[in-house]
Design a protein around this ligand. Sequence first.
Ligand code: ADP
Ligand code: ASP
Ligand code: MG
Length: 411
Amino acid sequence: MALIVQKFGGTSVGSVERIEQVAAKVKKFRDNGDDIVVVVSAMSGETNRLIELAKQISEQPVARELDVMVSTGEQVTIALLAMALIKIGVPAVSYTGGQVRILTDSAHTKARILQIDAQHIHKELKAGRVVVVAGFQGVDDCGNITTLGRGGSDTTGVALAAALKADECQIYTDVDGVYTTDPRVVAKAQRLDKITFEEMLEMASLGSKVLQIRAVEFAGKYSVPLRVLHSFQEGPGTLITLDEEESMEQPIISGIAFNRDEAKLTIRGVPDTPGVAFKILGPISAANVEVDMIVQNVAHDNTTDFTFTVHRNDYHNALHVLESIARDMGAREVIGDVDIAKVSIVGVGMRSHAGVASRMFEALAKENINIQMISTSEIKVSVVIEEKYLELAVRALHTAFELDAPAGKGE
Ligand code: ADP
Ligand code: ASP
Ligand code: MG
């Protein structure tokens, strides 16, 4: 008998019929003798709908109140799933994050889990019930409702699995595993049987939304066995694993991630003196804006051009700060660009292969795609390109690194 935490995402609980299908699936596991804790998201589209509603009152709603509101999405689905389970003869009980006591810090809309009280859940399991827990939400030590950031139900699932010392955390979604890249963009993408935590963490942080970054961090930190599976199709899914097999078969690249969430800012003609980077990025960071990629070029006339990327949500704020910095420093001009995208290749195989970056640049050059910025780490290379070439770039790289499914095997 095993203890399994099963997390079902928004599309998997997107209608009453789907919720009943999920209940039937949970029943099957329970009939096998396993103890089951289920974590659910809000019905698909519901969180967006609630955020839009809040924005009709205020463009920047007060974060505490936004959390009170968006957490209702998950409260609906836990109750519906518990009802559906009870209807088919499975004793079940629903719990909100606060009722479990998923204790978080007070950073509304992006709270971090600090502690989980597993005692209520253990008691319910002992009494023979399936416990259905609301994803994405917690409570701070003053009793305020908090949420964990978009996609946060994955993190609830993994954190609960860690706290309960579950045998496995299964993330059920609308694809049958983690693919070499988003299968909705590249039809020839292939499902991976396994991927290392390290690679999954890079993929998630570089834009693959199949798992929330913090869920992967948690799973790695607490060694939670984690698997991504399709909610309604049978299959082995993808195992996120600790071991990095050093086999000859190790592909150089495991996957390609991309995102359209960033914007680029350039300050041109800044007098080149020591401390320039700090003078520019200090106020940006003081304005609570996180910077991702950075490039600095020095010209012959002793001035420098400094370019960096930020999250698109922070673009206007960053532009405003940069314009004031430019005035203070006597810079020539400030240029902003939101029509950019970041494409990254990820793989632990890169460690043992030279020339991976140049192969990437060659593939993009062949398609006439201009690279605006580059950043590398031990297991990834990222480039910023014009957004309109994003899909072309991802497909070209997928082919260049031999990730395409053999004919007839793709979706
Ligand atoms: P859920 O609502 O179940 O949490 P998400 O929409 O958050 O589902 O995540 C699943 C989606 O992630 C898929 O539909 C797919 O389009 C996208 N995705 C992006 N990159 C990948 C990848 N490398 N492998 C699989 N899916 C990916
Ligand atoms: N409902 C939340 C969201 O849409 C959390 C989740 O689905 O994981 O972001
Ligand atoms: Mg998700």
